[in-house]
Design a protein around this ligand. Structure first.
Ligand code: NAI
Length: 453
């Protein structure tokens, strides 16, 4: 009998397991694939490994702009993928060690909730059945494959890849068609563009980057058009063949030839086949309904991470897992979904937190929005020939509190946590002005911006 059974060993599950074990709960984690989940095995970490190699290659290609001559720089994609595998193996092993040191039992099998007997839940994993007083469901999400004619067949034949398969491909496609210009689409378009593929991004909206602030998304688009990526915005994919994608674009039927297609049109919560119906856990549009500390409609059952369909980010999953465990052990906790930073690891990077100029308009908030060029930063100018990065600051006019910060440019991914604290703690412009920022850094522009808003 365990105090807690966790279904899924991704960021929500493994982090919650550590917190639960530290809080004195005997904990079992059931994971059918590898510890670390999508993030570590086929998401955040492998893509960042690939993108780092591409960044080095890009620097090499443009080294003369910085007075360095590196003629004949080349990239070995298969070697990059091999290094990615090494990085993933090391980190997955690290989580295994953490589980071991935390006294957490890990079972490698598919988990299915069987039912409930009084206060005790039963979960089947492989040939074994386990009993637990509490359940935490962290089964994550999978790539959505919409019913576009030929798309599923393409996945079966290998012509169409999702985030999973594209990371293991050791050959470089000559022509890559990317369906979806969201986070995965843009990160992968960035990588394959850097290493020499002819990339076409087919996006049904009139902009890339999903909910990214529209001014920032436009700068990102401009950068990637300049790098040679072809964008078809407002395009409707109508079919996938064996060497092309067909779309309705600008009133015409257009065929995009490709030797590889990436399908990156969003993700779906993994709620099927895990026995939710056996204990009547409530789902809505395929995701488990939870409150701000992860409680489901069933007492003793919590859910965290992508499976609740709320934010689908690894760092949200960590926090949700923690909030759920705190709730289990009687510590008051709640996730603040208004202050979750988001990053797109393109080159330049995009990072955001809080309200955008679009959301303040939609909500009718009385807000002030100002953009500042990153060229105010000496370090940015020193390191970015021709860089056009900006930081955009959004405050509420009445209290001058920071509602949102959005950036495009170097180090944005590392800077945004400071802005997230400003939003989370509802800091006022004057509060931020009183902090001393290090010099010379790119983040200084945020402080300087506070004097201009
Ligand atoms: P997404 O929601 O970011 O983007 C999907 C895009 O596909 C949207 O722009 C949408 O308009 C478009 N789309 C949908 N159906 C389409 C169709 N039939 N034809 C053309 N375009 C279509 O989803 P994505 O990129 O698949 O990423 C999935 C999740 O993974 C997201 O929640 C994302 O936040 C997360 N993720 C986070 C990363 C990060 O934090 N850096 C990296 C990669 C993924």
């Amino acid at each position: 009998m365990y105090e807690l059974i966790i279904l899924g060993g991704g960021p929500a599950g493994y982090n919650a397991a550590e917190r639960a074990a530290a809080g004195g709960l005997s904990t079992l984690v059931i994971e059918e694939r590898a510890l670390g989940g999508v993030c570590l095995n086929e998401g955040c970490i492998p893509t960042k490994t690939l993108l780092y190699s591409a960044k080095i290659f890009d620097y090499a290609k443009h080294s003369e702009d910085y007075g360095v001559k590196l003629p004949n720089a080349s990239i070995d994609h298969a070697a990059v993928v091999a290094r990615k595998d090494k990085v993933v193996k090391q980190l997955v092993g690290g989580i295994g060690m953490k589980m071991k040191h935390g006294g957490i039992t890990v079972v490698n099998a598919h988990a299915e909730i069987q039912g409930r007997n009084g206060d005790v839940f039963t979960v089947k994993a492989g040939d074994e059945t386990y009993e637990g007083r509490r359940l935490l469901i962290c089964t994550g999400s999978s790539a959505a494959v919409p019913p576009i004619p030929g798309l599923r067949e393409g996945v079966t034949s290998g012509f169409v890849k999702t985030n999973r398969e594209i990371l293991d491909m050791t050959t470089v496609p000559k022509e890559l068609a990317v369906i979806g210009g969201g986070v995965i689409g843009m990160e992968m378009a960035s990588y394959f563009n850097s290493i020499g593929s002819k990339v076409t991004v087919i996006e049904m909206m009139d902009h890339i980057g999903g909910p990214t602030d529209s001014e920032i998304a436009a700068i990102l688009l401009k950068n990637y058009r300049k790098k040679g990526v072809n964008f078809m915005l407002g395009a409707k994919v109508t079919g996938v063949g064996t060497n092309s994608v067909t779309c309705e674009y600008e009133g015409k039927t257009v065929e995009v030839s490709a030797d590889c297609v990436l399908c990156a049109v969003g993700r779906r919560a993994n709620t099927a086949g895990i026995g939710l119906e056996n204990i009547n856990v409530l789902t809505e549009r395929g995701a488990i309904v939870t409150n701000e500390c992860g409680r489901t409609n069933i007492g003793g059952v919590w859910a965290a991470g992508d499976v609740n369909g709320k934010s689908m980010l690894a760092h949200t999953a960590y926090r949700e897992g923690e909030a759920a465990v705190n709730d289990m052990i009687g510590k008051k906790d709640a996730v603040n979904y208004d202050a979750i930073p988001a990053v797109i690891y393109t080159n330049p990077e995009v990072a955001s937190v809080g309200e955008t100029s679009d959301t303040v308009k939609a909500k009718g908030l009385d807000a002030k929005v100002e953009s500042f060029t990153l060229r105010y930063s000496g370090r940015y100018v020193a390191e970015n020939e021709g860089g056009d990065g900006i930081v955009k600051i959004i405050i509420d006019k009445a209290h001058r509190r920071v509602l949102g910060v959005h950036m495009i440019g170097t180090y944005a991914s590392e800077i945004i946590y400071g802005a997230a604290m400003m939003v989370e703690k509802q800091m006022r412009v004057e509060d931020v002005r009183n902090f001393v920022f290090p010099h010379p850094t790119v983040c200084e522009v945020i402080r300087e911006g506070m004097f201009g808003i």
